[in-house]
Structure formats: C-alpha cells, structure tokens
Design a protein around this ligand. Structure first.
Ligand SMILES: Nc1ncnc2c1ncn2[C@@H]1O[C@H](COP(=O)(O)OP(=O)(O)OP(=O)(O)O)[C@@H](O)[C@H]1O
Length: 235
C-alpha cells in the first residue's frame, strides 16, 4: 500500500506539488490525469527518489521512503518507467532483463524463467537475442516494462506508457498492465494523457491541477466533475 500525505515540492518559488494526499491500495491501479505542468512527473520523481520532497510523507507498506536514494527505493520494491524509455540499447533484450536481477539472490533457472515469462508476456521473446536499439520506440516501452516487472516490484510507476506507441502495441500494453496487479500483487500508479486507457484500466483516478488534486474517483465521477471538465478536458 502506497500512502502519500502532505507531499510538497517547490522549485524556487514554484509550488510544483502543493500538498498531495492519496493512497493506492494493494493490487490496485491509480490513474493520474492532469494538464501539462500539473505536477504528475514531479510526483513520480518524488516517489522514486529522483527528487527530494520539500515536505510530506511517502510510505510504502508503512515504511517511509522520503530521504532514500533511488537505488534504495528500487530495493524497497518500487519500479519506474519513463516517458522516453530507458533501455540498455547496446545489450540484448535477454541481458537487459538480467540487470535488475544482479543483486537478487536467485538461481540461474529462476532468473531465466522470470525473464522468459516477461519477454513472452510483452511478445518480445523471439527477439531476445537482438539488441535493444533494434526495437521500435513502442517495443522499447514494452521491454522497459518487462525489465521493471522481473524484479517483482510492489509498486510500479508508469509515466506515459502509451505516448508514441502504435495502436497495436498500445492494446498489448493495456492488456499487460491490466493483468499486473492480479498476477503479481503489485499496485500501479499510471500517469497518462490517454483518457481512454486511464478510464479502462484505473480502479481509482486523480486529476491534478497546479500541484493539487482537483478531483478523484472512478471514471464516471471524474468525467462528470465540472471542475475537471473546465480545467482539464476544456469542454
Ligand atoms: N527540475 C525542475 N526545475 C524547475 N522546475 C521544474 C522542474 N521539474 C518540473 N518543474 C516544473 O514543475 C511543474 C510541474 O512539472 P511536471 O513535469 O511535474 O508536470 P507534468 O504534469 O508531468 O507535465 P507533462 O504532462 O507535460 O509531463 C512545471 O511548472 C515544471 O516546469
């Protein structure tokens, strides 16, 4: 369970996050919507330790994450993907998936099994001996997701997973993300501008505006909120 209380992040005089409070229960997907500059990526950066929060608390399963370095937060079970996928382009897909497992105590057979499982899930197993740089941008996003998931994270932070991904691969990504909480027990924070995918996947949605939560609820509640319609959807 992720619990965020009073989270603030200032850049000089700019309040990028202005007091966020929310929880993400186990095995659940929280969708995060918001206009450009509303603080979505800053929030993810605070959760995984890229930014140090100005104040507030971020707890995973009751343990404080604030103040820890990104590698320590990864070891606590937080995985993260990026708007522009970060893969090891001069390594094969198979080796890409070995990297997060280097520090884990697993047998070789266990390592191979989980790598094969995730490469098959994202339909990249047949390309496992290719270099990551040979993949399309959309396939690199799938590889990045698989690389996060082999480490069996408790919490997965997804930043714009569908941006720049063709409709066929987006469909595949949606199916993989939908099954993740049930299959692995993880929780997911899904930041996306893709309303259809957010509405389809999320158990709960928050809409951010100027570093605050403007609205929260299920898809129907959020879609019918007049503040959201005015500030975000612009209709
Ligand atoms: N490192 C930084 N230094 C200064 N200002 C920053 C920094 N990172 C983000 N900001 C500012 O904080 C605010 C929130 O930015 P953020 O990238 O979190 O928004 P976002 O909702 O993720 O936007 P987008 O949808 O465009 O990705 C913006 O005004 C941005 O300019």
């Amino acid at each position: 369970m992720l619990r965020i209380e009073g989270l603030r992040k200032n850049f000089g005089g700019l309040k990028a996050l202005d007091g966020l409070d929310f929880e993400v229960p186990p095995r659940s997907i929280l969708g995060v919507l918001g206009m450009n500059g509303s603080g979505k990526t800053t929030m993810l950066n605070c959760i995984n330790g890229v930014y140090i929060a100005s104040s507030g608390s971020i707890q995973l399963d009751g343990k404080e994450l604030t103040g820890l370095k990104p590698a320590q937060i990864f070891d606590r079970g937080v995985g993260r993907t990026f708007q522009v996928p970060r893969v090891f382009s001069r390594m094969t897909l198979w080796d890409n998936l070995a990297v997060p497992l280097l520090s884990r105590s697993m047998t070789r057979a266990e390592r191979d099994e989980i790598r094969a499982t995730w490469l098959k899930k994202v339909h990249l197993f047949d390309l496992r001996h290719n270099y990551a740089e040979e993949l399309s941008g959309g396939q690199q996003k799938l590889l990045e997701l698989a690389r996060i998931m082999v480490s069996r994270p408790k919490l997965v932070l997804l930043d714009e997973p569908f941006a720049g991904v063709n409709p066929t691969l987006s469909r595949l990504l949606i199916d993989v993300i939908r099954d993740m909480p049930g299959e692995t027990g993880c929780s997911v924070v899904l930041v996306s501008h893709d309303l259809t995918s957010i509405y389809e996947l999320s158990h709960d949605i928050i809409v951010m505006h100027e570093g605050r939560i403007l609205a929260r609820g299920d898809a129907e509640t959020v879609q019918s909120n007049p503040d959201v319609v005015e500030a975000y959807l612009g209709a």
